[in-house]
Ligand binder design. Structure first.
Ligand SMILES: [Zn+2]
Length: 211
């Protein structure tokens, strides 16, 4: 059997077991999607949103990219954000990074990863530059990398708060709350790093006053 055929076989078994537990399982899912959470995570195959949070299909709306970045001209990310916040009306947006992130490791090096990846990783280098004083003072390489993972999540929360999508929902409906988390590959535990309640004031320069 080819490796991808195994996936299809697993899928059949999974669907059958779900139906065995609850014959109406797929009917109810097909009719309704009211997730309370938007998850913006890393594409890393070791950090599956549903598994590590013990949630089921239908509970979390998910977007993943390399190093869980919120880039202000990423149409893909912004479409997911707009749909989740404006239409699905999620109550919480979670940015979840993870220790040992390959994107973060790559961004600290001076290696040329060629055009597209250089472009993507540049945003992480910018996070380093903003927090250079703190990061440069950390001597241990692993510790420094871990701290950059946390600071990266923190900056992405700030990037979310800069968007008119979030600010409009904050103004009109006092949601969603923003959460920055970091997942540990070694112990499976999520470390909550920062939180921004709906309506939090950020640098006034980024606050729209005519939403
Ligand atoms: Zn990663």
């Amino acid at each position: 059997m080819k490796s991808y055929e195994k996936l299809l076989q697993n899928n059949k078994q999974w669907a059958e077991s779900k139906l065995k537990d609850d014959p109406g399982y797929f009917d109810s899912l097909a009719h309704l999607q009211t997730p309370e959470f938007l998850w913006i995570g890393c594409s890393d195959s070791r950090v599956p949103a549903n598994e590590i949070t013990g949630t089921q299909p239908g509970e979390i709306f998910v977007h993943r990219n390399v190093a869980n970045l919120v880039i202000n001209n990423d149409v893909n990310l912004l479409s997911v954000l707009d749909y989740a916040v404006t239409h699905l009306k999620v109550k919480h947006v979670i940015v979840c990074g993870h220790y040992g992130c390959g994107g973060i490791k790559a961004a600290i090096t001076n290696h040329d990863f060629k055009a597209v990846l250089n472009m993507w990783l540049r945003s992480i280098k910018d996070v380093y530059r903003i927090h250079r004083n703190e990061l440069d003072s950390i001597k241990d390489d692993r510790e420094k990398e871990n701290r950059l993972v946390e600071l990266n999540v923190q900056e992405q929360i700030f990037n979310l708060a800069k968007t008119s999508i979030i600010q409009r929902a904050w103004k009109n409906e006092s949601r969603p709350h923003l959460h920055g988390w970091v997942y540990g590959l070694k112990d499976g535990i999520i470390n909550p790093v920062c939180e921004m309640k709906a309506g939090t004031h950020i640098d006034a320069l980024y606050e729209y006053d005519d939403l």
